[in-house]
Every structure is written in C-alpha cells, then in structure tokens.
Design a protein around this ligand. Structure first.
Ligand SMILES: Nc1ncnc2c1ncn2[C@@H]1O[C@H](COP(=O)(O)OP(=O)(O)OP(=O)(O)O)[C@@H](O)[C@H]1O
Length: 321
C-alpha cells in the first residue's frame, strides 16, 4: 500500500457525523446489540471488544445493510438503513472471507465502481487498487489470494467510490506487520482528511496505535468511551488479582492488609503449595509497596503472578463497574 493516498481532503461541506441513538438488534432470542448510543465524528475510531461483543453487528447496522430492531443510525441526520444516498457515502470492509471468487481482483473492484455508477469506473478502480498496492496481483483470481491480499482487495472495493465513512471489521486479521503498518498509515491519512474511519478489533494495543477515540463494546452493550489514555486508565485501575509465593506469606499478608492498597488478602493453596491470593485495589501503590514490604521484613518473593489478566475479564470489569 502506498503511504500517501490519492484521496485528498474530503470534498463535502461540514464535518461528517454518524450518530447511533438507542440502537438495538436482536436475532431471535439473542440480543447482539443492546441500546447503544454513540456519536462518531471524523478521524479514526476504534471499536474494541471481545469476541461476540456485537462489533460486527454494530458495523453492519452502521453500514445500512442491516436494519436495527429499534433505534436509529444516521449519517448527517439521514438514516443509513436502505438509503441509496447513504450507500454512496459509506465503504464497508466486512470481516467475512466469503468474496465472489472466480473473478480477478480487478474485476471485483471494477464491479463495485460500476455499482456505484461512478463516471469513470476504470480510473476509480485503478486508483483504489494502487492505493492498496495490489497492481501486480489485480489480474489474478481472488480465490488464489492470501488472507492479507483478500483484505487489501476488500479495502480497495470499499474505497473505490471515495466514501466519507469507512467501516472496517477486524481489518488487520491475517496481515503481516508491514501490511498492518501500511494500512494503519492509510486509515490515519483518510481520517486526518476529514473522513470517518471506524474499525473493530479485540486487541487494545492495535486500537491504541491509531485510534483517536475508542468505543468499547461488551456483551452487546456500550461499555466505555474515550481516548486511549482514559480506556487504559479504566483497565489498569480496576482491581487486579495476584497469586504470590514468598518465604513468609503470613507476614506479607499482615503488611499488605495494614497498607490499604489491597481489598482482599487470603492464604490459599495452589498445586499443593501455599500461596497468597491478593486483590489489589490500588494497582500502582501495590506494585510500589510490595517489594518494599518484602525487603523491610526480609521476606523473599518467589513469584508474583497476575491471576485475572484475560482480556475478557478486563472487559467484563468495564461492564460491571
Ligand atoms: N445472523 C445472526 N443470527 C443469530 N445470531 C447472531 C447473528 N449475528 C450475530 N449473532 C450473535 O450476536 C452476538 C454478537 O455477534 P457479533 O458477530 O456482532 O460479535 P463480534 O463482537 O463481532 O464478535 P467476533 O469478533 O467474534 O466477530 C453473538 O452472540 C452472535 O452469535
């Protein structure tokens, strides 16, 4: 992918605004998206959440291809569902691999340019394919593409009509580090040029690298919203659980209880040996004080292991706080 895109500043007037108001979507008994309201403006926004959080459903609702069961999704005040005017302004990079195989990358992008009834579909397809650096493979059948190449050709079809809003579902899946960086540059540039660029991911570090704003989804609900510092803070300031092995668990437990950086300290047994289970309520203080306590009392720390570091646990804390 080229770093500088041929897509310059957005041509429309006023900033683009995508607004979701009390949007829910259910499939039978499953509530995939539950009463979500958010406003997304120009720039890169990360939609962060664990598997099954409702990110793909939300992206399809935003794109106008899936109707909400209740609530509204609008771009500049116009509902996206079934709205041809809005389809022209939105580009979607779906997560699914199911693409129309048996045609070349070039034909695939060109077909999309024609669907949008662009005045010069060939020029638009050429521009999009060059932007994702797929010129050399464009004549080949999509079926033979690697996962990263499929991602890039999907990106070209989404870009072909130069949309104001670009929605990307897990776009970095299957990309090597170089392709990932190039796509990040491209998304950053499109965002800086006034477009709404929203992408989903379940990896905080990935989102932090490029997203100005982060919207966190958990179990269908909108769990948190902010810039990466705020989201990072919410995640690191939650109570952390540790398993500690030391030369004197009792003395260490007494010191930790007296200190106030913990909300729970208990002696336990794990895999046949004594451990200390600690819930640290003030993570930063706990991390500073623990080695000091041990040193002052001549206690040796053999092991300090975080017990609840799975991303799912972190996310569920955000929902239940
Ligand atoms: N067409 C459908 N029919 C029934 N249930 C669905 C449908 N689409 C999504 N769901 C359910 O809605 C919930 C949210 O799914 P969704 O794919 O939106 O989550 P996600 O955050 O994108 O997860 P992943 O990262 O695993 O794709 C899940 O429980 C899923 O099984």
């Amino acid at each position: 992918m080229t770093v500088t895109t041929p897509y310059g500043p957005r041509t429309g007037t006023g900033p683009v605004v995508m607004r979701l108001e009390q949007v829910s979507r259910w499939f039978g008994n499953v509530v995939a998206v539950n009463d979500v309201s958010m406003t997304i403006g120009p720039g890169v926004t990360g939609l962060l959440g664990p598997n099954g959080a409702g990110k793909s459903t939300l992206i399809h609702l935003m794109s106008g291809f899936l109707p909400p069961s209740s609530g509204t999704v609008t771009v500049d005040g116009e509902p996206t569902w079934h709205n041809e005017n809005i389809y022209r302004r939105i580009g979607l990079v779906p997560e699914r691999e199911a693409m129309y195989e048996g045609i070349s990358g070039w034909d695939f992008v060109l077909a999309n340019a024609r669907l949008h009834r662009l005045p010069d579909p060939k020029a638009a397809a050429t521009r999009a394919i060059e932007t994702v650096d797929m010129q050399s493979a464009a004549a080949r059948d999509v079926a033979g593409y690697s996962k990263g190449m499929k991602q890039r050709i999907k990106m070209a079809t989404a870009l072909v009509h130069d949309p104001d809003v670009l929605l990307l579902d897990e776009p970095f899946n299957g990309m090597d580090p170089r392709q990932r960086l190039q796509l990040m540059d491209l998304m950053t540039e499109l965002g800086a040029n006034g477009r709404v660029v929203l992408f989903s991911s379940h990896i905080l570090e990935e989102v932090e690298q490029i997203a100005g704003g982060i919207e966190v989804m958990v179990a269908g609900r909108h769990a948190a919203s902010g810039d990466f510092r705020e989201i990072r803070r919410l995640m690191t300031e939650r109570p952390h659980q540790y398993t500690i092995r030391s030369s004197d668990d009792r003395a260490l437990a007494a010191a930790l209880i007296a200190d106030g950086s913990t909300s729970g300290v208990e002696l336990g047994v794990q895999a046949g040996s004594a451990v200390l289970n600690v819930q640290a309520s003030d993570y930063h203080r706990f991390a500073r004080r623990l080695p000091v306590f041990a040193r002052e009392r001549g206690i040796r720390l053999y092991e300090v292991t975080p017990a609840d570091e799975s991303l799912e646990k972190v996310f569920s804390y955000l929902v239940n706080r």
